[in-house]
Design a protein around this ligand. Structure first.
Ligand code: SF4
Length: 293
C-alpha cells in the first residue's frame, strides 16, 4: 500500500471566478429562455469540456474574424473577455441580440484605456496581443495603443524612436502577474516623462495565484486543473513549478497517472478561472482512488 496516508489539499479558490460564473449563468438563462440558436462570440470560456456540455444544450460559437452565421434575431453572448467596438457594430448590423457577459473587471480595464487615451497619454496595454481580452481593451481605447507582453518588449519600446519623454498610461490584461506590471512600470518610468498606471489586475486571479504558491510550498506534488488553452491555468502551473514542486497541468482527472504518486506524501490541487467545481471534485476522487489502491 505505497500510497497509504497521502494528504490531498485543495486551494480555497479553485473553480469558476466571478466573471466566468456570471457568463455561464447568462448563457444558461439564454438557452433556457430562448433555446437555439444561441451563439457566443468565440468559445464561451477556455475549458473544452464545459464548452462541449453547453454545446449539447444548444450553444454555438463563431470566430468574429471569420464568417458569421445568420444572426438575425439570435441571442449572441459577449463572453467575459469582451469584444471590440468594431465587432460589436458588425453584430448589431446583422440583427444580433447582444447579451453582454463582459466581466466588470475587464470593462474597467477597457474604460481605463479609453480614459487614458482621451487624457492625451500614449497608452500601453500590458498583456498578450493575441488574447481576446487584450484585443477588446485595444479595440475600445479609441486611439492607437501599444501592446507589450514582456519586460524585454518594454526595454525595446523604451529604446525606440522618439523616446523619451512623453506622457504614458499603462493598463494591463486582468491576469498578468503583479511582478511583471512592476517590472514593466519601472522600465517605462525610466524613459518616459510621466507615467500613469491603472492597476487593472483581477483580484480573484491574484488571490488564486497566492494560494497556489502557498500550497505548492507545502506539498510534494501539485495538480493544476484547467483547459490547456487557458492562459491563467497555464500560468498557475508555471508559478507552482517555480515554487519548486513537481507540477502537472491536466484538463481532467482521466489524465492523472498512478505513478505520479510514487513516493508522494502530499498532493495539492488547484484550478484555473474557468475550471468548474466538478472537475476539481473528480480530480480529488481520482487521487483518492489511486492512493487507496
Ligand atoms: S479572471 Fe477576473 S477579470 Fe477574468 S473573468 Fe474572472 S473575475 Fe473577470
Amino acid at each position: 500500500m505505497k500510497y497509504m496516508g497521502v494528504r490531498i489539499e485543495v486551494t480555497p479558490d479553485h473553480s469558476f471566478c466571478p466573471g466566468v460564473d456570471r457568463a455561464i449563468r447568462i448563457t444558461k438563462d439564454a438557452l433556457m429562455e430562448k433555446g437555439e440558436p444561441t451563439y457566443s462570440v468565440g468559445p464561451l470560456i477556455h475549458n473544452p469540456e464545459v464548452v462541449s456540455r453547453l454545446e449539447m444544450l444548444g450553444l454555438k460559437s463563431f470566430d468574429p474574424a471569420g464568417d458569421y452565421p445568420d444572426l438575425d434575431g439570435a441571442d449572441v453572448i459577449i463572453r467575459s473577455h469582451g469584444i471590440d467596438t468594431e465587432t460589436e457594430a458588425k453584430l448589431k448590423l446583422r440583427g444580433a441580440v447582444l447579451l453582454d457577459a463582459t466581466c466588470p473587471t475587464v470593462k474597467r480595464a477597457q474604460e481605463a484605456a479609453r480614459e487614458l487615451a482621451e487624457s492625451g497619454c500614449e497608452v500601453i496595454v500590458l498583456g498578450s496581443e493575441s488574447h481576446p481580452e487584450v484585443r477588446s481593451i485595444v479595440g475600445r481605447a479609441g486611439a492607437p495603443v501599444t501592446v507589450i507582453e514582456t519586460s524585454a518588449d518594454a526595454r525595446r519600446w523604451a529604446q525606440g524612436e522618439g523616446r523619451p519623454p512623453r506622457r504614458v498610461g499603462i493598463v494591463c490584461q486582468t491576469t498578468v502577474p503583479r511582478e511583471l506590471l512592476d517590472s514593466v512600470t519601472s522600465i517605462i518610468e525610466a524613459s518616459a516623462g510621466r507615467v500613469e498606471v491603472q492597476d487593472t489586475i483581477c483580484k480573484a486571479v491574484s488571490r488564486r495565484m497566492e494560494e497556489a504558491v502557498e500550497l505548492a510550498r507545502g506539498v510534494d506534488l501539485m495538480i493544476v486543473v484547467g483547459g490547456r488553452n487557458s492562459s491563467n491555468t497555464a500560468h498557475l502551473a508555471e508559478i507552482c513549478r517555480e515554487a519548486g514542486v513537481r507540477t502537472h497541468h491536466v484538463e481532467d482527472s482521466s489524465e492523472i497517472q498512478a505513478e505520479w504518486l510514487n513516493g508522494v506524501e502530499s498532493v495539492g490541487v488547484t484550478g484555473g478561472a474557468s475550471t468548474p467545481d466538478w472537475q476539481i471534485d473528480e480530480t480529488v476522487a481520482r487521487l483518492e482512488e489511486i492512493a487507496g489502491d
